[in-house]
Design a protein around this ligand. Structure first.
Ligand code: DAH
Length: 346
């Protein structure tokens, strides 16, 4: 076969090869084989020097025409492949399938519980107050009627930074800060993180509390009872029963612990004849600590205990979140597993 014949045979060969391609990669390999720098066409063109000078122009013209038709064939197959892919996609597309849900993110259960508690008190006229997590010994203990040798300091395993600076072990320090800055009357709520040297299945070294404080003339224990009962019922439902048990805190006198009827068994103490697991059969759940502000605390912050009285309370946010959302393991709150997190309302 002479050179011209070989040249003119190329389009038919290419057609045949193209018909066997199905992927883009195969197509590209064929293109390189025919039109590449070392491809079949280039090879024939290189042999042009073996022709007589009279033969060359005709061969050159033919080569150009063949090249054009090779490119056309290649592009036609490329377009055809694209059409085939599209057709295959449409054939496999089921418009009745549900769409992909866009995940919007949601609030952490602790954030939700914190916001709910704060909003109940905001609606009662309380203001949000805050303070740093790194606190002074004075704000965290001393002003709260816990002098250095006070045995109550042993109740809290404290993370100290220096002798007099520590990570706050409770949000009660917010009471002290606020009273040092402002004159009574005041009604504040102080949400935030607290730290203790404690870590096991039911304790994490960091957790969340909300502190409350009301100071005015003639505040009584009846105000404390009314306020905290209204709070518990706003968060856990109007049918919730509430009881006040005598207790002890250095910064309140008298002190009480507040229990509410169990969210799981409704205060029955049992579910289907079995002792309730949430309240361990007692029908009651401890929900917060509270009391009338101790006169020594007022004195420490420069208030006159003969002029004003008040009540304070402190509650654990993790506990509220767990009861509210029926969580069974405290640690879920800290694992940041999205499968857990996205079960909470946005
Ligand atoms: N600070 C206490 C704690 O961390 C909670 C508490 C109890 C706060 C009684 C108060 C209160 O304001 O009156 O366990």
């Amino acid at each position: 076969m002479d050179l011209l014949e070989q040249l003119n045979a190329l389009p038919a060969q290419l057609k045949e090869r193209l018909a066997q391609t199905s992927t883009e990669a195969e197509l590209e390999a064929v293109r390189v084989d025919f039109l590449g720098r070392k491809g079949k066409l280039a090879e024939l063109m290189a042999q042009m020097r073996n022709l007589t000078p009279e033969q060359r122009p005709a061969f050159g013209q033919a080569a150009n025409a063949v090249k054009t038709s090779l490119i056309e064939l290649f592009e036609a197959r490329l377009a055809q492949q694209e059409q085939e892919r599209e057709a295959a996609f449409i054939a496999g597309f089921d418009p009745s399938l549900p769409g992909r849900t866009l995940w919007n993110g949601s609030l952490h259960p602790i954030t939700l519980a914190m916001e709910e508690v704060c909003s109940v008190f905001r609606n009662m006229g309380y203001e949000i107050a805050g303070g740093p997590e790194v606190e002074t010994d004075f704000n965290c203990f001393e002003a709260l009627n816990m002098p250095p040798e006070h045995p109550a300091r042993d109740m809290q395993d404290t993370l100290y930074i220096t002798d007099r600076v520590l990570l706050r072990t409770h949000t009660s320090s917010v009471q002290v800060r606020t009273m040092l800055k402002r004159k009574p009357p005041l009604a504040i709520i102080g949400p935030g993180k607290v730290y203790r040297r404690d870590s096991d299945v039911t304790h994490t070294p960091m957790f969340h509390q909300i502190e409350g404080l009301l100071v005015d003339k003639h505040v009584t224990m009846a105000d404390l009872r009314g306020t905290l009962t209204a709070f518990v019922r706003a968060v856990f439902g109007e049918k919730t029963r509430v009881r006040f048990r005598p207790s002890f805190f250095p910064f309140t006198e008298p002190s009480v612990e507040v229990d509410m009827s169990c969210t799981q068994c409704g205060g029955q103490g049992h579910v289907n004849g079995q002792p309730c697991r949430v309240c361990k059969g007692s029908g009651w759940l401890e929900i917060l600590g509270s009391g009338m502000v101790d006169p020594a605390v007022f004195t420490a912050v420069g208030y006159d205990p003969d002029e004003v009285t008040g009540f304070a309370f402190g509650l654990g946010v993790e506990r509220i979140a767990m009861l509210k959302y029926g969580l069974t393991d405290l640690r879920m709150n800290f694992e940041n597993d999205v499968r857990f997190l996205h079960q909470f309302p946005v």
